[in-house]
Design a protein around this ligand. Structure first.
Ligand code: UTP
Length: 288
């Protein structure tokens, strides 16, 4: 059984990126020439997902518009014989991909956002992708996780090793190593201090979850920061089901932070087929 549905929680306030995110969704900020959310959707599509469920909020209409048909633009490009650009515009939403939107009226936390997708997911395993974690992997990170899901038939959390001083930024897992990349998780804690963190394996913004997690999230009181935390729902799920952490191959850019966003722009610009060479020359000539 494969993963056909994914939830993209995009209802957050993006306070770390103010003022850029005052009236514009953080997920629409472009890295080089593509909005963050498009990278995440492309990653899900490459992993075989065809039903994209966006949990949106106020000020998030640009995301819906981005994945809709832009009739006037397409006609103008067609009339001007700009076939390449027309393909760029049309490829944003392949024909066999479906986009569904559900509202989270109040940003009550990531767990609550995921719960908003419950009725659309039903009783099957699904992916969750946080677009502000831009992941570059070959194969793409979610596709690596789907392979792991096929092997373990259980929830899979993407993890990476994080510096001890950064444990407060992540959900941190602990458990028994099954092989060098996979851990059978016995514990997960949201944003622990370095002294109390059970390991240095931090959860990145990619999950494959079994539908049992909905029931667990719904039973959670507000956790760290007064939010309904996905981590707490997963901690409860652990008592009933196996959960595995998978150390993905690839690079993560934390585009919810200004540093990570700038790093992603520089590194992806250097790799860009059209811009790469001239941008590298520009950087080399910069007088710092
Ligand atoms: P973040 O923790 O990055 O929160 O959420 P945020 O509000 O977007 O940003 P900051 O911390 O204030 O700068 C991770 C992901 O979960 C979504 C966000 O949109 C982001 O993609 N989210 C978070 C929701 O959809 N709803 C919520 O209630 C909270």
């Amino acid at each position: 059984m494969s993963i056909k549905k994914a939830i993209f929680p995009v209802a957050g306030l993006g306070t770390r990126f103010l003022p850029a995110t005052k009236a514009q969704p953080k997920e629409m900020m472009p890295v080089v020439d593509k909005p963050l959310i498009q990278y995440a959707v492309e990653e899900a599509y490459a992993a075989g997902v065809r039903e994209m469920i966006f949990v949106t909020g106020r000020h998030k209409r640009p995301i819906e518009d981005h994945f809709d048909m832009t009739f006037e633009l397409e006609v103008a490009l067609e009339n001007a014989n700009k076939t390449e650009l027309l393909n760029v515009v049309r490829s944003v939403k392949p024909k066999d991909m479906e986009c569904i939107y559900v509202r989270q009226a109040q940003a009550l936390g990531l767990g609550h956002a995921v719960l908003c997708g419950q009725r659309l997911i039903g009783n099957e395993p699904f992916a969750v992708l946080l677009a502000d974690d831009l992941m570059m992997g070959e194969p793409p990170v979610l596709a690596q996780m789907v392979e792991q899901y096929k092997e373990w038939r259980a929830s899979i959390l993407a993890v990476q090793e994080v510096p001890a001083e950064h444990t407060r930024r992540y959900g941190i897992v602990a458990g028994n190593l099954v092989n060098e990349r996979v851990m059978d998780v016995s514990k997960i804690v949201e944003k622990p201090s370095p002294e109390t963190a059970p390991s240095r394996w931090g959860v990145a913004g990619r999950y494959i979850l079994t539908p049992g997690v909905f029931h667990e999230i719904a039973a959670q009181p507000r956790g760290v920061g007064g939010e309904i935390q996905l981590t707490d729902g997963i901690a409860a799920l652990l008592r009933r089901e196996k959960v595995f952490a998978y150390r993905y191959e690839g690079r993560r850019y934390d585009c919810g932070s200004k540093e990570g966003f700038l790093e992603a722009n520089v590194e992806l610009a250097l790799k860009h087929p059209e811009l790469g060479d001239s941008f590298r020359a520009y950087l080399q000539n910069l007088e710092l």
